[in-house]
Every structure is written in structure tokens, then in C-alpha cells.
Design a protein around this ligand. Sequence first.
Ligand code: ATP
Ligand code: MG
Length: 587
Amino acid sequence: MTRIHVLPGDLVNQIAAGEVVERPSSVVKELVENSLDAGATRVDVEINGGGVRWISVTDNGTGLPRSSARLAFQRHATSKIRSAEDLAGVRTLGFRGEALPSIASIARVRMRTRAHGETVGTELVGEGDGISGVSEVACPEGTRVEIADLFARVPARRKFLKSIATESTHVVRWLERIALAHPEVRFSLSREGRSSLLLLPTRDARERVIAVLSPGLGERLVPVAGEIPFARLTGFASPTDLQRGNTSDIHLYVNKRPVRDRLLLYAVREVYRDALAPGKHPVVALYLDVDPEQVDVNVHPAKWEVRFRQPDAIRRLLRDSLVAALGLGARRYASTLPARGYPLEGVVAESAPADFALASTGEQGSPPFAAVSEAPLVSQPGFAFASLRYLGQALGTFLVFEGPGSLILMDQHAAHERVLFERMRQMLLEGKLERQALLLPVRFELGRSAADVLAGASELMERSGFELEIGEGGLRGGVRVGVRTVPAVLTGRRNTDWRALLEETATALREPEAQESRDGLEGALHRILSTAACHAATRKGDRLGPRDVEGLLQSLDETIWFPNCPHGRPILSVLSEADIERRFLRR
Ligand SMILES: Nc1ncnc2c1ncn2[C@@H]1O[C@H](COP(=O)(O)OP(=O)(O)OP(=O)(O)O)[C@@H](O)[C@H]1O
Ligand SMILES: [Mg+2]
């Protein structure tokens, strides 16, 4: 049992294939990437049985010369790098010399290839451990690879595959993903014998985006561009009023390689966070061109993630370019609050106070909340709130106003929540978030895991104004929690349910991204403050007197304007005079 032995070659390959080839779409991805590395301007893909029965990829790239073709299926044989320096500066999509041998270890393969200028081509056939046949063949210039019976020799894998339709959809998604970064290449896909995708070559990246995304979507995206000394960003992004229910249209590329990199995703989310409703996502296709020396692409088995040498600079590039492209313009926090009235255009923040560093997280760079402090300022309302004429409260929660040439409905809860949130955030930034001891100390039991989360975040909670006593767990699993202080701005409302507030804060903090290093700290503070603001804000059904409304309007004028509550719900709905007249057929 304990004797060590070396595994046979084909088993080694099969194990390695587990990392490279998860499903048919991974094979398509590897083959198409090889075609692009070979400079192809045309790539035709065919699949049958969802790609399990059959895959072929044909390209018009450089092809392989007779002399080296037979090495294509040898493990660690590649034409793309020779040395560690090459690896550090790699520009091609492939570099490991692993894809073809891995695929050959779990399927039957045939490759026909002819190099430009050579009169005859080479055919290689193989299955399992190595290539069993090499012969001369007449074939067009370029390369065609055929894969049959994927996973036939690895039944365990086969069991994990989904239906033909699902596997085909994965293939389509991958092809589209790759095509988005290569507009100058013509791509076609035939599925179960029927043509299912044809993307004509174009020089205009936007045209390709329009062709790939759902109809009507690509047209609405705005161009993004930005540059720093070692990197350039181009691409397209959705305006903040376009929202999607999932992340499948967030397309990110590093040197034309599709990635799902956490840092880049975070930078995108950071810009949209305050503008989109919860659970909603933007549509973006962003292409980052980085000096290859500045990025390590060899950190993830499927090359899904990369590592930047200067992550902060990259993140700032993304954020600033997106903010500019979306017209979010002026920065959010001026060092002195702007005078009342609008417009605010041209107000640019000084950077956040330098001493605003939280517990060290081992990362250098800007303090955790500073990024949020530079978050976007979206479309000004174009009037001073104090100038609105209050008409009354409707349906228990909407305040009705007459504004300049318009009728305005305001969600009292969303508005108040935004005011409280911004006040706390501003005070936090300035290091003067006041706490207030509760008149009647509040004590209650929380579940063990909620209490643990709060105890773990005690420093953040204190910074946010919450001083808590977290006791020992009782026998039944509950933990006694006492609230000593809360942020002073929150004490205006009677009957705030502090227990519910803390429970919800714990839930918010438990979300996975809240726990990650610096990025997570910002998110965590955002969550603590927005949960607190939401609980302490006026509710639906609360009756507001004219005084309360006046106070709210004044606060809105003093708060830097943002059109949504921190959870993404809009604050205002404006009906223009023209809209109203149209309803009465006066126009
Ligand atoms: N379509 C193609 N046209 C021309 N050459 C090809 C093509 N496909 C593969 N090759 C050659 O075969 C070699 C091996 O391909 P393989 O995909 O296994 O490795 P790689 O692309 O070098 O690295 P990676 O494992 O990261 O993909 C490549 O380096 C390339 O020289
Ligand atoms: Mg490859």
C-alpha cells in the first residue's frame, strides 16, 4: 500500500486533462485559441451531440511545418515560449503545451495541418497515450482539428455532462466570448449540422459587440477608454439605467484573453454599486491591454485569473475610465460640502483624509473607504430641494411636490435612508462619526453565528458607531448581545429595532466578498452603514408633518445628491409638465 510508484503517461495526461478539459466547450476554447495564436482570420467550428460526439475546428492560420507537426501532441511541446523570460512576456493565448495532449488523452483526435508555402500537409491521428499515426496528406493551408467521442475513456467525467442543449449553449457562449475580443476574425459555428452563428469580420469593435450581445443591447453601450503608462483600457459599458439580472454579460479581457478576474470584477462593481438595484448587474465588454511584464497569466489552471504587478493602478484605471465614460463625472466627496443649490458640476474631491486607514490588511495603497469616496455622482436633479412646493403625502409613503415645470414624487423611506447613509459616510470619512449611548440599554439574544460575525467585525462596527457587548454563548446556542452606543445620527427615530438591525448587518457581512481583505472592508462598511440607515429611516406608513418634510428637503440639499437609496431603489420620479399635458391630450 505505501510503496510509491510513478504513474503511467496516459494516466498522467488524463489527470492533467481534468484541469484543462471540463466539458466540450473547454475543448472548443483551447482549439480556437490555438487558431488565433496561429494568426487565423477565419475560424469555423462544428459540433455534434453537444460537442461530446464530435468537434471540429478549422482555421486559415499559419499551419504547422512538416518538421514540427508531430510534436504538437507531445506534452510540454509548444512553439510559443522557450524560456522563463518568454513566459514572463507572453502575448499568445497558449503557452503550456498542454492542451492538445490533454485532449488526446480523453478523446480520439485527428489533426490535418499545412504550413503556408509548403506543398503537402501532415495528418496526425491519435487516441490516449500519444500519436499513433503520422502521414502526408493533401489539405488546404491552415489547420483542422477533429475530436470524437470526448470522455469515452473517462466515463466518470461523462456523467457530469449536462444535456446536449446545455453543452451546446456553453460552446456558443465561449465562442462569443472569444469573438468579442477578435472582431477582425470571421467565426462560424455549426451545431448538429445546422449553422448557428456567423460573425463577419469587422474593424469596428463596436460592430462585433452589437453582433454578439442580445439585440438592442450593444447599441446602448457607451465607449470606454483610458490609459496609464503600462496599460490601456478600451471597450463598452452600459449606462446606469440598463440593468441585467445576471453577470453573464460582464466580459473582461486581459491582452485579449477572456478572464473572470476578481480585481477587475471588483473595479466594475465598485463603479456600479450605488447606481444599480440590488441583484442587478451591468453589461460591459472591457479590453485591458497590459505590458505583458506587468501581468502574470500563469496562475490559474484554466487561465481564468491573472495577477497584476500593480493591482491598485489597474483598478484605478478601470474605475476612472468607467466613471468618465458613464458621465458620472464629478467626484463624490468634496472636502467642504458644496453650497446649497445646484448644479454641482465641477466639484472635485480632494482625496480622502490620509489617516483613514483601518486595520492593516497587508496591502499598500489607498485607504479602504477612499475608493467609495470617489464613487460616482449621478445626474443632478437640476433644482434645489428646498425650493419645491410640498403638496402632501400620498399612499402612505410618497411625498408629492411641485417643482419647476414638473410634478415630483419622492419615496420618503429611500430619501431619508440616503440622507442618513451619506451623513454617516461623510462623518466617517472625516473621522468624526459621533456615537451616542442609548438611554435605555438594549440587550437581546442573537444566534451564535450572527454574534460571531459581529464579534469578528467589532472594529468596523465601532468605527461605524456601534459599541457592542457580546457575551458568552448560552446553552441553547443563543448569545447575549448588548448595544452600548449607536451612531448619533440614527437616534432620531423612535422604535428602531436594534436587534433586527444587527441581525441584518451580520447577514450582510457574511456575504463572501465582505470578508475579503481591503476590497471587502469597503464593502463591509458600506453594508453596515446602509443597513443602519435603512433601519433608522422613516418607514412606509410613517406620517410626516410639514416640518419633517422641510427638514428632509434641507438635508437632501446638504447631502451630495445620489438618485438611489444605498440599496439601489430610486428616490424620485419626476413627471414633466409635457408628460402630464400629453396625458390630457393638451399636446
Ligand atoms: N491551429 C493551429 N495552428 C497552428 N499551430 C497549432 C495549432 N494548434 C496547435 N498548434 C501547435 O501545437 C502546439 C501545441 O498546442 P497546445 O494547444 O497543446 O499548446 P499551446 O497552445 O502551446 O499551449 P496551451 O497548452 O497553453 O494551449 C502549439 O504550440 C502550436 O505550435
Ligand atoms: Mg493551446
